[in-house]
Design a protein. Structure first.
Lengths: 218, 214
């Protein structure tokens, strides 16, 4: 009985530990500094049909509970659509599936009237694709745990690597086409410009000769 | 899986939470005007911190290309762990001398803002010390962690290749545009200059020169 209670307490503690990004430094997050005026933007080029999951929070370093600083954020798609907009919060999250391939931009700025003289540090936890997969729900659904779940995660990573490789291969093929076309164009245009030079000088000579003959100078 | 005592399950869960929190960060791009610093927390001393960065080419039409940016990695104690100077993209790897917040600063020596795509990963493999401390951590967890880190390095390499491919694509586009526009400009200039030459010579000879005047 006491064992079960201890288990329950430990589980709750774990959940709290996992959820509170403020208490435990989250290793997958990157910290950025927002200037006191202006915005800080991060972007990533993402293919279409990819899950993006992000979480951002203010990192309080020394004066933990004194600041009332808030941040605002905006996420835009490559075609300019506003995917997420939040004003004056201390932490927030957004999740979306990309519908078009391109550059996705997430911008942060200090919101509210509280102006930090030195700027603010925020933590951004940005995950796309396989890293954004919810393994807990998969584990619950398939009723697997421990070693099997770890191996399943590794299998997912291998599949993602394979997909990425195919994507890179296709990109390289496209670029090779463009390169070869440019190469052919350079050769063609250089020969054309040489031909144009010769034609123009012949025209010049012919015109001047006619002109001088008309003027009876030759 | 046979029946395990409740505590073992919980400890395994703890282990999983801790090790699974070392998921890879996605490769973000940031615009560097002068200095941009990014921070990354390293949990354990002795972790291998690896990463790469690539400067994505900007459309500089008329002048020559940007010479590159510098990267400086500072440990939480304040000393510089690694420096890379004047490069348009490189990989780096070092063993973290202590745990804490590491600072990765990109410095752009010129006034043209550049976009840098970077990726940083701090990987931990449990060693014998961790195994001795926690008796429920099997040696197989070490092997799984090593496997995970190896796959992670493949993924990091792919992200680097993807960023370099993107930069190459920009360079190709820039070359294609330069070829077309410079050729058109060249033809126009040629036509202009030759017409001007003819007009000038005509004008020279249409005035009274006194060549064949009687």
């Amino acid at each position: 009985m006491a064992e079960r209670r201890a288990e329950a307490i430990l589980l709750v503690a774990l959940l709290l530990l996992g959820c509170s990004g403020h208490l435990v430094p989250v290793t997958e997050a990157v910290w950025l500094t927002i200037p006191s005026s202006g915005t800080k933007c991060v972007s990533e080029e993402i293919q279409s049909n990819v899950v993006v999951l992000a979480d951002y929070y203010i990192v309080d370093e020394e004066h933990a509970h004194l600041h009332t600083a808030t941040i605002s954020s905006r996420v835009t798609s490559p075609y300019g659509n506003n995917l997420h907009h939040n004003e004056n919060v201390t932490h927030g999250q957004f999740a979306f599936t990309t519908s078009e391939a391109g550059n996705y931009l997430a911008c942060f700025w200090i919101g509210g009237k509280h102006q930090e003289a030195a700027g603010l540090t925020i933590g951004l936890d940005w995950k796309i694709g396989i890293a954004a997969k919810d393994w807990e729900s998969v584990a619950k659904r398939e009723k697997i745990q421990g070693m099997e779940l770890e191996l399943l995660k590794l299998e997912g990573a291998v599949q993602a690597i394979h997909d990425n490789l195919i994507y890179l291969k296709n990109r390289e093929a496209e670029m090779r086409e463009v390169s070869e076309k440019t190469n052919a164009r350079v050769a063609r245009f250089s020969l054309m410009s040489l031909g144009a030079c010769i034609v123009v000088s012949v025209l010049q000579l012919w015109h001047l000769r006619r002109f001088f003959e008309r003027k009876k100078l030759i | 899986m046979g029946t395990r005592p409740g505590y073992a399950n919980l400890l395994l869960l703890i282990g999983l939470v801790l090790t699974s929190s070392l998921a890879p960060v996605s490769s973000l791009s940031v615009t560097v005007n002068d200095v941009e610093c990014v921070y990354e927390y390293v949990l354990y001393e002795g972790d291998t911190v690896s990463g790469n960065f690539v400067v994505v080419d900007h459309d500089i039409f008329w002048s020559s290309d940007h010479p590159g940016i510098d990267l400086t990695v500072t440990s939480p104690a304040g000393n510089v762990v690694q420096t890379l100077k004047g490069t348009s993209g490189d990989k780096f790897e070092f063993k973290a001398p202590r745990s804490g917040m590491y600072k990765f600063c990109f410095h752009n020596p010129y006034s043209t803002p550049e976009t840098v795509s970077f990726y940083i990963h701090a990987g931990h493999i449990p060693n014998e010390h961790d195994l001795a401390k926690d008796e429920h951590l099997d040696p197989i967890n070490v092997k799984i962690a090593e496997l995970r880190e190896a796959l992670e390095s493949v993924t990091a390499e792919q992200k680097y290749l993807k960023a370099r491919d993107s930069r190459h694509r920009h360079t190709n586009e820039s070359t294609r545009k330069r070829v077309i526009y410079y050729t058109v400009a060249e033809y126009l200039l040629l036509a202009c200059v030759s017409t001007l030459q003819v007009v000038y010579i005509r004008q020279l000879f249409s005035k009274s020169v006194g060549y064949n005047r009687v």
